[in-house]
Write a protein that binds this ligand. Sequence first.
Ligand code: SF4
Ligand code: SF4
Length: 381
Amino acid sequence: MEKAKVYFTNLRTKGEESLLQKLERLMKKAGFEEIDFKDKFVAVKIHFGEPGNLAYLRPNWARTVCDYIKKLGGKPFLTDCNTLYVGGRKNAIDHLDSAYVNGYNPLATGVQTIIADGLRGLDERELPVPGGTYCKTAKIGSALAEADIVISMSHVKGHVSAGFGGVLKNIGMGGGSRSGKQAMHSDGTPRVIEERCVGCRTCEKNCAHEGIKVVDRKARINEDKCLGCGRCIAVCPKDAIQTKWDSGKEALSCKIAEYTWAIINGKPNFHIAFVMDVSPDCDCDGQNDLPIVPDVGIFAGFDPVAVDQACADAVNAQSINEGSVLGDILRDSRKRAERQKMIDDKDVFRMLHPNTAWAAGLEHGEKLGMGTREYELITMN
Ligand code: SF4
Ligand code: SF4
């Protein structure tokens, strides 16, 4: 496969041009206007952020993208699906409330927000996964599945289950209905490292499925109920819960790639990724820790695999923010020893989340024919 073109600009501004205008210029340079938007329903897949989180993308970016689509004749809407875990985005009402709290309302963005899988997360379409090995079909939120065109806006950051949160994670995992998310997660139930567990019950309170309970001051997973969503891993203050099977982490990343492929296959699609406020964990968390690296810029292109690879490479090329959790990890001799391979590989995301396999998803995306990890980076000043 020929190298994909990925367009990049940094966050410097000169003269009168704002960063929002620079974003539109980047999209234009990357070929955005090649898409025929006339009278088409355009799903702009984004993450509205959990209330309390401040690392999610500002609605101003979304307005710029949606205004541009409208200028080209399309009918854009902002969309995401409900989450599996307890939080502010588990059903469409809470999800819209959370989006509003974080500034995503029609006055700010100029467009409507549609929660793609409906009130309870049950409104889905089962789409084929061409060439899929883990999933033959993918359960996708209806509004996303029915859109004529898919545009993704992804905030690049770490992720507790996927390792790297970029374009594939945004579209594939985010676009799955609640049942689709279960199907993606179900290969990887976590395990409790008893000696680290202090019995605080944070995991129990945050599990929406009664998948974990504290008994005799130690958390225990109920294999029959646990869906492997990873929420307890994220909230445990003692790092006492970890992904259990090595195959689970690769399967998860590959399934995310397959879900992405189901959503974009056969449709015009375009991807914008923002490497800024690179928090160690997802915007699904109700807080965001200090960024692990400095802000880098914005990437755009037609190939989701190439855009993800370019973003990951850019993050891995940065110096680590010594004051961040990644700095803490590298100063901790036990954690440092556990992560020596990831340090040697300069894989920031696996240094943070060692039991993940984000690169397997990009490799799998290549095998599916969704894109390529080989890219030419074209920098725009
Ligand atoms: S116990 Fe299972 S279902 Fe419950 S939060 Fe943990 S991973 Fe998710
Ligand atoms: S959150 Fe962690 S430390 Fe607290 S009970 Fe659960 S496993 Fe144990």
